[in-house]
Ligand binder design. Structure first.
Ligand SMILES: [Zn+2]
Length: 245
């Protein structure tokens, strides 16, 4: 990856909290991992790793897609008895750089790259990077997510735990699972992690909260960590808090 520069912005010093560990209540939950970093300037940063078809789905929210803020659902198939997934999981867990080719053709190449430990910042970036026209050609960060190294390490451990549970005979999941962003924290909420909470009596209807927001845990964490929050998210969380009283 020498010579590649990312468009990432420089962040200030940040506090971070230990990512949450998932509660394991069922077989499905054994195949999921979720963590959040509370960043002093970037706010909440989520990572979700889960089984999908015969492989794994890694969702980063927020992330950048073609330079714009978005949520990035990265599907990784398992066509080699888990070797590729284990390599990625081990690199994330160890905080080690990693590059794997996603697609290649005449004059272009797309890779998935993990770039650990940007100087001073203690963060690493996972990115899908396309190069056109050989070594001197354009380098485009199609998708990227920047997170504290500790959160990547936990995601890597989660991935390594999930890989042996994958069913190699499961059909590859070609359709993306239905994922909504929780209105309180923008965590990606899949069917299995949804709280199905609906609060309709307050000033605004609130649908599709994740469990942590529905239980008031997100607001408590935000207040303790003193991190910035989007005013819309705060309005949702305060509506929930009022309903919980
Ligand atoms: Zn939430």
């Amino acid at each position: 990856m020498h010579g590649v520069t990312s468009a990432r912005h420089i962040m200030g010093r940040h506090k971070q909290r230990k990512p949450r560990r998932p509660r394991r209540e069922s077989d499905q939950q054994a195949k999921e991992w979720f963590g959040t970093a509370f960043h002093s300037s970037e706010g909440m940063q989520h990572l979700d790793v889960r089984q999908s078809g015969n492989g794994v789905l890694i969702t980063s929210s927020p992330a950048e897609i073609d330079g714009a803020p978005a949520s990035w659902a990265l599907r990784l198939r398992n066509d080699d008895d888990g070797q590729g997934l284990n390599d990625l999981g081990a690199a994330l867990a160890a905080g080690r750089g990693h590059v794997q080719v996603v697609s290649e053709g005449p004059g272009h190449r797309t890779v998935l790259a993990f770039m650990p430990n940007h100087p001073e910042e203690g963060v690493g970036t996972l990115a899908r990077v396309r190069t056109d026209g050989g070594p001197e050609g354009d380098v485009v960060f199609e998708r990227s997510a920047e997170r504290p190294m500790g959160l990547w390490a936990e995601a890597g451990e989660g991935l390594l735990r999930i890989v042996p549970l994958l069913d190699p005979d499961a059909p590859p999941a070609d359709e993306l699972e239905d994922c909504q962003l929780c209105p309180g924290c923008y965590r990606p909420v899949y069917e299995s992690s949804s709280s199905h909470t609906l609060i309709g009596a307050g000033p605004m209807p609130v649908i599709g909260l994740c469990r942590l927001c529905a239980e008031g845990a997100t607001l408590r964490s935000l207040r303790q960590a003193d991190v910035p929050i989007d005013p819309q998210q705060l309005a949702v969380l305060e509506t929930v808090a009022a309903a919980l009283v």
